[in-house]
Design a protein. Structure first.
Length: 517
């Protein structure tokens, strides 16, 4: 058993693949072996997480997830007896014992034979709970007595260990089907022990919040040949642009150029968004790009409102006209959008036609939604081997796909992949558990980051960091995708470090940009 999210990458298996691995492993082992292993692991983790608990509630459901809970309860009761009777183990079972599936029916039989009693109701108070109500067999919102138990479990505030998946969480999408009237405690300590496979739903959409700390045990089953993972979890940056990895005999030209095109001036409709472009530019610079340029949109020709950034004098400001006629359009990574407003639409035909490496964010994405010609130009870029990275948040992704946010959030992996396939681009779908996809490749889910990033401007910082990652000398397309994933991961890691080092106050985007390494 191990803690997940610290090192390397992890394959994530959806429902079909997990069922297939389960079938193959079960048929090669004596009956009930997998459940016996699963229940023992749940009991061991429970003991490790709650060594001083006086009352542990094990809430079992009507399927094999409940069977895991029954095996765990049998072990915990045995451990308790050998250590003087504590903790008190209270087991409930939602479901008709006569209709349990064979593995769970066997687990019940064994449990009763050791003297375990099944209670009619949850304990009035408990200091640790095991959620063995529903696992990968959940297809609809929890209902009946099971929903009642889930409500009690999630509103109690006591720490919870979920077996395999938090009950009601969709294995593939991470969408939580809530019990009616459920009022979860956001501060509740949560753990999930994923069995046999790690599942994509644990790491995106509602998954991160519901699962808490994820643990994994493969139940002694090696990865199966021929069973395809649905996604890959990125727990560590695959490629770093950190300066400490630089060779000695290099110079600024070795680390490429980034141009930020955005940051609408306040003279434009009275809505100034200069800060968005500056944040992206600072992030690109701190992220390691050799030279960073900024071209602000909507300034009066000949009278640039912003000539330099006193807090970051390394940034080089250019007028849009000078930039658009310069060789930078071909040699630099162009990051286009960040606070660009409506003006950006006028520039996009030239940008799409000239920039071999392009990151499109925010207003640039919205402009593309409105113009089918721009969409066609965007699609055509990959034929020349040009790189485009789209960085939508869920609403921008919905607009690009002609759907709505709820539909995007109902299957984030599919939405990102759909965008990549449709526009022949690398897509970073932002939000909890950002998804990185590319045409014809397995999507990735980023494991780093936290709610400290939920503040204005952090998306601009990400666009700048991606720009600096792409500014390195070009590699294969696969390397490019990995660099984008590395930048996304690093962006999340900065926020993780921020909360781990107990900084006072909120993380702002400019602080984030300064640390972008
Ligand atoms: N077999 C093995 O090798 C291994 C299996 N393992 C474990 O088994 C788990 C999968 O077990 P599973 O397939 O029995 O599904 P599970 O999640 O327990 O639920 C099915 C039951 O719940 C019911 N139900 C569904 N939705 C409901 C709702 N909303 N509200 C109320 N009821 C609802 C559903 O009823 P039905 O839909 O049939 O009417 C059915 O009775 C897996 O996650 C892992 O923990 C591990 O030990 C590893 C080895
Ligand atoms: K569960």
């Amino acid at each position: 058993m191990r803690r997940v999210g610290i090192h390397g990458t992890e394959p994530l298996y959806g429902l079909e693949a997990t069922r297939s691995i389960e079938r193959t492993a079960s048929s090669a082992l004596p009956p009930h072996t997998l459940m016996a292993r699963a229940g023992l692991r749940v009991a061991e983790l429970t003991r490790a997480l709650a060594p001083h608990a006086r009352c542990i509630w094990i809430a079992c459901g009507p399927g094999n997830n409940g069977g895991d809970g029954l095996v765990a309860a049998t072990h915990l009761q045995h451990f308790g007896r050998s250590t003087g009777g504590l903790p008190d183990i209270v087991v409930t079972l939602c479901g008709d014992p006569a209709r349990l599936p064979p593995d769970a029916a066997h687990a019940l039989q064994q449990a009763l034979a050791t003297g375990l009693q099944i209670q009619d109701a949850p304990p009035s108070s408990f200091d640790f709970a095991v959620d063995a109500l529903l696992g990968i067999g959940c297809r609809r919102p929890p209902e009946g007595l099971l929903a009642d138990h889930l409500r009690i479990l999630r509103s109690s505030g006591a720490p919870v260990l979920s077996v395999d998946l938090p009950s009601g969480l969709d294995i593939n999408t991470g969408v939580l089907m809530r019990a009616p009237g459920e009022n979860p405690q956001a501060s509740q300590e949560r753990h999930t022990l994923s069995l046999l496979t790690l599942k994509p739903g644990l790491f995106t959409a509602n998954g991160r919040d519901e699962a808490g700390q994820v643990w994994f045990d493969d139940l002694g089953v090696p990865p199966c040949d021929g069973v395809l993972a649905q996604a890959q979890l990125i727990c560590e940056a695959p490629h770093s642009t950190a300066p400490r990895r630089r060779a000695h005999a290099t110079h600024k030209g070795s680390y490429g150029e980034v141009v930020i095109l955005g940051g609408q001036d306040i003279a434009q409709a009275g809505a100034g968004m200069t800060g968005a472009a500056v944040l992206a530019a600072r992030a690109a610079l701190h992220g390691g790009a050799g030279r960073v340029y900024v071209a602000l949109l909507g300034e009066t020709p000949g009278e640039p409102a912003v000539r330099w950034d006193p807090e970051c004098p390394e940034l080089m400001f250019r007028s849009v006209a000078a930039l658009m006629s310069s060789a930078l359009m071909q040699t630099a990574v162009i990051v286009c959008g960040c606070g660009g407003g409506d003006v950006v639409a006028e520039l996009l035909p030239a940008v799409l036609a000239q920039a071999p490496a392009l990151v499109l964010d925010a207003d640039a994405l919205n402009a593309i939604v409105k113009d089918s010609h721009l969409q066609a130009r965007l699609q055509e870029r990959s034929a020349s081997g040009w790189i485009t990275v789209l960085t939508p948040h869920p609403l921008e992704a919905a607009r690009l796909l002609g759907s709505d946010t709820a539909t995007v959030m109902s299957d984030r992996l599919a939405a990102a992949q759909h965008l990549s396939d449709r526009f022949a681009a690398i897509c970073v779908l932002k939000g909890s558990g950002s998804v990185i996809s590319a045409p014809g490749r397995m999507p990735m889910i980023n494991a780093s980051g936290n709610a400290a990033l939920a503040t204005a401007g952090t998306g601009d910082v990400l666009a700048g960091m991606i720009g600096s990652a792409l500014a390195l000398p070009p590699g294969s397309f696969e390397q490019t995708v990995q660099r984008v994933a590395g930048a996304v991961h690093q962006h999340g890691r900065l926020a993780d470090r921020w909360i781990q080092t107990a900084h006072a106050g909120h993380l702002t985007a400019s602080m984030l940009a300064e640390q972008a390494l």
